[in-house]
Ligand binder design. Structure first.
Ligand SMILES: [Zn+2]
Length: 332
């Protein structure tokens, strides 16, 4: 089978490797789609911390947002059969044609609930359970109250998905910021009420003006860089403020603690395995895709063949106009 390997910074090779063999406890899944995630970029650019780079030397495989079809089932596996369409977490390295794993979990494996059956009618490229489960977790954690001011920094794929899940008409304002005006337009379509472009306005000043100098009730950081956390810290209000850290921060930085001890409650709703309640949140996410709450046709903008993983990664890095989410489809 074919699999993508990162062999050096910004260099991908598609290699022919042995098909994985399955034991009686395993199943084999044909991977038909795997989302490109901004968190894959650290492995691609080799910008992880020294420690992580040692644990994951070149050549390394990435890809953790798979969807596919079960093609073989070990005799001890219960609950799945050949032909089932599944998504969730199959382990790492899913920019490949197949993956074998134990759906019940093992020392190196994820637990069974990290795997869900894809409802009929959802195409594979939209059935990327892992990030959607994560978005569901964020929506349930942020859960703003009636009359809240919500502020969000970052309107990439995850940011837009957060808006789709969190916004509702009973919020006072849903203020978002991003450097790209076209992303801000999409944010508005999905439920944001005020959009700010930090290249044109002073975001902190604007948010303080909008909230009468009080700051926001809920600040959601979906950037993954220090500027996101610093801006969220600057606009969160004192009492009962809630800060939601969505960004996948992969490098250390220095923060002014004073901006966070005004008493906000800080949540990182992703936990280990991208959800704090996967048994519930994976099926919820698939329901939300099916019901159109997550408008996957708008959010998944690019499809790539396996040979084009490198192009997919470059598009992700380059914030190609119109690019929100790329999905690699090995059997496209
Ligand atoms: Zn991801």
């Amino acid at each position: 089978m074919k699999a993508a390997f990162i062999v050096a910074p910004r260099k991908i090779e598609i290699r022919d490797i042995e098909m994985p063999t399955i034991t009686d406890d395993d199943m084999l899944v044909k991977i038909e789609a795997c989302g490109v995630c901004t968190s894959d970029m650290a492995g691609y650019l080799d910008t992880h911390s020294e420690e992580v780079r040692k644990q994951r030397p070149f050549p390394r495989r990435v890809g953790h947002e798979p969807a596919g079809t079960v093609v073989e089932v070990g005799k001890n596996v219960k609950g799945f059969k050949e032909g089932d369409r599944v998504t969730g977490i199959f382990g790492m390295g899913n920019f490949a044609e197949y993956a074998a794993f134990n759906p019940l979990g093992g020392p190196e494996q994820m637990r069974q609930p990290m795997l869900g059956k894809i409802p009929d009618g959802i195409p594979m490229e939209h059935a990327i359970g892992e990030p959607m489960m994560c978005l569901m977790s964020i929506a349930r954690t942020a859960n703003p109250e009636l009359g809240d001011y919500v502020f969000q920094i970052g309107c990439g794929f995850m940011g837009l998905g957060v808006i789709a899940g969190v916004s509702h008409p009973k919020l006072r304002e849903y203020i978002v910021c991003d450097l790209e005006d076209w992303r801000l337009d999409m944010a508005k379509q999905l439920g944001a009420t005020i959009t700010l472009n930090p290249s044109k306005v002073d975001v902190v000043e604007e948010v303080m003006k909008i909230t009468g100098g009080k700051g926001v009730d809920v600040a959601i950081e979906v950037v993954g860089h220090p500027i996101g956390l610093k801006t969220a810290g600057a606009v969160i209000k004192g009492d009962r403020g809630k800060m939601i850290v969505v960004g996948w921060h992969q490098a250390p930085d220095t923060y002014e603690l004073m901006s966070w001890i005004k008493s906000p409650i800080i949540y990182s709703p992703q936990g280990i395995g991208m959800s704090t309640d996967p048994e519930s949140e994976l099926p919820r996410a698939l329901w939300a895709i099916q019901s159109g709450i997550y408008p996957m046709d708008k959010l998944v903008t690019h499809k790539y063949k396996l040979e084009d993983v490198g192009k997919a990664f470059e598009d992700n890095l380059g914030r190609t106009p119109g690019y929100i989410k790329g999905v690699v489809m090995p059997f496209l």
